[in-house]
Design a protein around this ligand. Structure first.
Ligand SMILES: Cc1ncc(COP(=O)(O)O)c(C=O)c1O
Length: 396
């Protein structure tokens, strides 16, 4: 007889990632020979650019297989600091402000662990990336969500943020471009939100992992670039997964005021030690050969953009579905509450009946919506849209 596991409060309270669950279910059906149209995965379907892979292979051949310094190899930290000054217009970033971690997900978790104490509140605008509330709970904090639906372009207002702040608030999470909505905040909108955070004396965790995946000519703006005061209030997280199609490499970044970066490096030194050493050399090539990197990104963006517009048009042509024109990342987040089914039931039914995998909105704090990733082939999008149209017409 197996002994009943005595799990911790944290382990009992954590919700497993619904996006990974949908992806796993779709992969299981595919492995069983089913013809699944997967819109679930949050990962580019391209290979990592060759020169990045070559740099990693070279490092491996040269024996760069030992522990690295906890915050990352010095050249990579320096190159990332330089990028923040050059590309993101953040003033005077030093390598000591940068930490390289095993994935953007872990960078977020480290940022939260570094500033959130038990009992602290963290404001999370919904729809949110599924992992933020769970990370806050793991740090002993309390997630407080504020909602902005399609009608408000999925953007919270400064008033909403101000009203949500209490004496216990420690941090607000901003994620532009956003997962799951693809929404991109403008410079003015971000400046206003940053000002509210500065006035209230709270930190911002700005998750900019999709910073290079932009369409329709919109610009990416880093809140840390606004002023010295802003830079002192913002922890910027990002990573290599989405920009360079390096999801399996597990490489994230964090840039913060030096004392926070130091605390983050200490937490990392006691939890994961460092990001994989030879992988960091691949990332270094991406940073040092920036023009080549941006050329590769441009190629991916052209494909993503074509798919975005195709999927957007197809979704909006379906009676009962309303989809905003997202301008970043590789997700669309249509409203589907007209069918009288919860998003969860809609997603289960369409996977069962039509073999189409979408992620229901509940996990993103947005019932009545679903997320479709267009980081998938044109063929899957075309076939998936046909099935979705058929399924919705049956629902009426
Ligand atoms: C908003 C957001 N932040 C962070 C991450 C983490 O990415 P990774 O851990 O692959 O670097 C993801 C991945 O899905 C994301 O969507």
């Amino acid at each position: 007889m197996s002994k009943e596991a005595k799990l911790s409060t944290w382990a009992r309270n954590i919700t497993p990632s619904p996006t990974l669950a949908v992806d796993a279910k779709a992969k299981e059906l595919k492995a069983a020979g089913e013809d699944v149209c997967g819109f679930g995965a949050g990962e580019p379907d391209f290979d990592t650019p060759e020169f990045i892979k070559e740099a990693c292979a070279k490092a491996l051949a040269e024996g760069k297989t030992k522990y690295a310094p906890a915050p990352g190899i010095p050249d990579l930290r320096a190159a990332i600091a330089e990028k923040y000054v050059r590309d993101n217009k953040v003033e005077g970033v030093e390598p000591s402000q940068v930490v390289v971690s095993p994935g953007g997900k872990y960078s977020c978790s480290l940022a939260i662990m570094a500033v959130v104490s038990p009992g602290d509140e963290v404001i999370i605008p919904a729809p949110f990336w599924v992992s933020y509330p769970e990370m806050v709970k793991l740090a002993g904090g309390t997630p407080k969500t504020i909602f902005a639906g399609k009608e408000s372009e999925f953007k919270i207002t400064p008033e909403q943020l101000r009203e949500a702040i209490t004496p216990k608030t420690r941090l607000v999470v901003l994620n532009s471009p956003s997962n799951p909505t693809g929404t991109v905040y403008t410079r003015d909108e971000l400046e206003a939100l940053t000002q509210v955070a500065i006035e209230a004396g709270i930190y911002i965790m700005s998750d900019e992992i999709y910073e290079y995946l932009l369409y329709d000519g919109v610009e990416h703006v880093s809140p840390a670039s606004f002023s010295k005061e802003a830079a002192d209030s913002v922890i910027t997280v990002a990573g290599f997964s989405k920009t360079f199609s390096m999801t399996g490499w597990r490489l994230g970044t964090l840039m913060a005021p030096a004392p926070i970066a130091k605390a983050v490096a200490s937490i990392q030194s006691q939890t994961s030690s460092n990001a994989t050493t030879f992988a960091q050399y691949g990332a270094l090539a991406a940073m040092q050969q920036w023009d080549k990197s941006m050329e590769a990104v441009k190629g991916m963006l052209e494909v993503f953009d074509r798919r975005r517009l195709f999927l957007l048009e197809g979704l909006n042509a379906i009676d009962g579905i309303e989809c905003a024109r997202a301008q970043g990342a590789f997700y669309l987040f249509p409203k589907m509450d007209a069918f009288g089914l919860s998003a969860h039931d809609f997603a289960s039914k369409i996977l069962e009946e039509e073999k189409v995998a979408v992620v229901p909105g509940e996990g993103f704090g947005a019932p009545g919506y679903m997320r479709l990733s267009y980081a998938t082939s044109d063929e899957v999008i075309e076939k998936g849209l046909e099935r979705l149209t058929r399924f919705c017409s049956k629902l009426g």
